[in-house]
Design a protein around this ligand. Structure first.
Ligand code: PLP
Length: 477
C-alpha cells in the first residue's frame, strides 16, 4: 500500500471531487433542512470514538460520519432563512479561493516568503477601497494601505496598538513611555461592539479606561458627551488616545456621527478607528455610501468584514490605515532569521508587521476570486436586494398593530418587538426559531428586547423574507 502521508495528486483529485460534490449537495439541500440543531451538550462528542484511529480510514467513511454526526449538530449559517446575528455569507468563488489558498499552502508573513501573496493583498484592498469610495489616504500609493485580518476584533486590536504607539512610543522608545505615564483613555459608544472593550483589556490599558459614551435612542454615539468626557480626562491629567466610532452597530445598525466624532478626536490628537464590520459592505452602492463613509477622510483606520455581507466566506476583515508606518513600527519584529534584502530595501510590505501573529494565510485569493468571478455590479445588486426586502418586511411590521419597529430599519437590519412587552417578544422569537424554517436572534435596544432580522445570506430570496414575516405574524396570534 502507498504511504498514506505522501501527497498523491491522483488520489487528491478523486477525493477532492467527492468533497466538492459533497459541498454542492449540502448547498442544494439547505432549504429543506431545519436551520437549528436539535442537540444537547455532549450529544456530538458521545458519538465520536474516544481514541483516534491507528490506521487510515477511507474518505467515504469520514463523509458518512460528517452526515451522521456532524451535520445534525450544526446551525446552518448558509440556510436561505438564516437572519440571525449578522449572516456570514459565502459564495462559490470565495470557497474555491479558500481551497486554492490551502492547496498552495504558502505563508505570507514577509513579502519575501511569497511576493504574490503580499502584492495581491495590497492590490485587492486598493480595488476594494476604490469600490467603497473610501478616501485616498487609505491607498497604498500614499502613506496608507489595506490589510486583511481574520476578524473585526483583530482590526480594532491592532488599531489600538498603533494608537498607543503614536501616543506613547511604548514599543519603540522606552524613554518615551517614562515621559508619558499618564493613564491612557479610550472611548467608544455604549452600543459599540464588545471587541473594543476586549481589545482595551488585551493591550493592558484596562477595560475600565474604555469610556462607554451614551448613545441616543437610535443607538448613535452622543458626540457632545464624547467631547465632555475627553475634555474632563485631559483636565484630570489623563491621556485620551483612541476613539472607536461604529458604522452599523451590532444591535440596531446605527451609524455614529463620525465626522463630528473625528473633529473631537482631533482636538485631543486621538486615533480614530471606524468599525464598519457589517454595514461597510453597503458602501459599494453609491446610493448608500454617503453616511457610511462620512468622516472617513479624518479616520486613522477603517475596517469592515467582507465575510459578513460581501459573499467572501469567513474569515476576511479588510482594514485600512492612513499611516502604515505607525502600525508597522508598533508590531514589527524582525529577528535575524526573518531578515532579508527585500525588507532591508524598504521597498516592500511585510504584512506580519500589520497583525498579531507572524504567519498568515493567502486570504486575498478568495477576495480576488469573488470580485473577479462575481463582478462589482452583482455584489451591488446583492446588497440592494437585501435592503429592499428588509424595507418590505419593515412595512409589514409597521402595519401590524401588535408589533412595533423599535428603530427605523438600517440597511437590511430590522428590529421589531411585540407591543405586549419583552416576555411576549422572547416567547415569540423562541417559537419562530423552533419551527426550523427561520433563524433570528435578539438584541437590547434601550430598555426593550428586540427581535432582529438581518438579511444577508447568499441564497436568501424575497420569498424567504416574506415567509418569515408571515410565520412571525402567525405565531404571534
Ligand atoms: N463590530 C461590529 C459592529 C460587529 O457587529 C461585529 C460582529 O458582529 C464585530 C465587530 C466583530 O466581528 P468579528 O467576528 O469579525 O470579530
Amino acid at each position: 500500500m502507498n504511504d498514506p502521508v505522501s501527497f498523491d495528486p491522483e488520489r487528491f483529485r478523486e477525493e477532492g471531487r467527492a468533497v466538492v460534490d459533497w459541498i454542492a449537495d449540502y448547498w442544494a439541500s439547505l432549504a429543506s433542512r431545519p436551520i437549528s440543531p436539535d442537540v444537547s451538550p455532549g450529544d456530538v462528542r458521545s458519538q465520536l470514538p474516544s481514541r483516534p484511529p491507528e490506521s487510515p480510514e477511507p474518505l467515504a467513511d469520514v463523509l458518512r460520519d460528517l452526515d451522521r454526526v456532524i451535520v445534525p449538530g450544526l446551525l446552518h449559517w448558509q440556510h436561505p432563512a438564516f437572519f440571525g446575528y449578522f449572516p456570514a455569507s459565502a459564495s462559490g468563488p470565495s470557497i474555491l479561493g479558500e481551497l486554492l489558498s490551502a492547496g498552495l499552502g504558502v505563508q505570507g508573513m514577509l513579502w519575501a516568503t511569497s511576493p504574490a501573496c503580499t502584492e495581491l493583498e495590497t492590490h485587492v484592498l486598493d480595488w476594494l477601497r476604490d469600490l467603497l469610495g473610501l478616501p485616498e489616504r487609505f491607498a497604498s500609493s500614499g502613506a496608507g494601505g489595506g490589510v486583511i485580518q481574520d476578524s473585526a476584533s483583530s482590526g480594532v486590536l491592532v488599531a489600538l496598538v498603533a494608537a498607543r504607539e503614536r501616543a506613547t512610543g511604548l514599543v519603540t522608545n522606552r524613554e518615551g513611555l517614562a515621559q508619558n505615564n499618564r493613564p491612557l483613555v479610550a472611548y467608544a459608544s455604549a452600543d459599540a461592539h464588545s471587541s473594543v472593550e476586549k481589545a482595551a483589556g488585551i493591550i493592558g490599558i484596562g477595560r475600565d479606561w474604555l469610556r462607554k459614551i451614551p448613545a441616543d435612542a437610535a443607538g448613535r454615539m452622543d458626540a457632545a458627551a464624547l467631547a465632555t468626557a475627553m475634555t474632563a480626562d485631559t483636565d484630570a491629567g489623563r491621556r485620551p488616545f483612541f476613539v472607536a466610532a461604529t458604522v452599523g452597530t451590532t444591535a440596531s445598525g446605527a451609524i455614529d456621527p463620525v465626522a463630528e466624532i473625528a473633529a473631537i478626536a482631533a482636538r485631543h490628537s486621538a486615533w480614530l478607528h471606524v468599525d464598519a464590520a457589517w454595514a461597510g459592505a453597503a458602501a459599494i452602492c453609491p446610493e448608500f455610501r454617503g453616511p457610511l463613509v462620512a468622516g472617513a477622510e479624518s479616520a486613522d483606520s477603517w475596517g469592515f468584514n467582507p465575510h459578513k455581507w460581501l459573499l467572501v466566506n469567513f474569515d476576511c476583515h479588510a482594514l485600512w490605515v492612513a499611516d502604515r508606518a505607525t502600525l508597522a513600527s508598533a508590531l514589527s519584529m524582525k529577528p535575524d532569521y526573518l531578515r532579508n534584502q527585500a525588507t532591508e530595501s524598504g521597498a516592500v510590505i511585510d504584512y506580519c508587521d500589520w497583525q498579531v501573529p507572524l504567519g498568515r494565510r493567502f486570504r486575498a485569493l478568495k477576495l480576488w476570486m469573488t470580485l473577479r468571478m462575481l463582478g462589482a455590479e452583482a455584489l451591488r445588486d446583492h446588497i440592494r436586494r437585501h435592503v429592499a426586502w428588509a424595507g418590505e418586511f419593515a412595512e409589514q411590521v409597521a402595519a401590524n398593530p401588535r408589533f412595533q419597529l423599535l428603530v427605523p430599519p438600517n440597511l437590511s437590519l430590522v428590529c421589531l418587538a411585540l407591543r405586549a412587552g419583552d416576555t411576549a417578544t422572547q416567547a415569540l422569537l423562541d417559537r419562530v426559531n423552533a419551527t426550523g424554517h427561520a433563524f433570528l436572534t435578539h438584541a437590547r435596544i434601550g430598555s426593550r428586547l428586540a427581535i432582529r432580522l438581518a438579511v444577508g445570506g447568499a441564497t436568501t430570496t424575497r420569498d424567504d423574507v416574506m415567509a418569515t414575516w408571515r410565520s412571525i405574524a402567525d405565531l404571534a396570534n
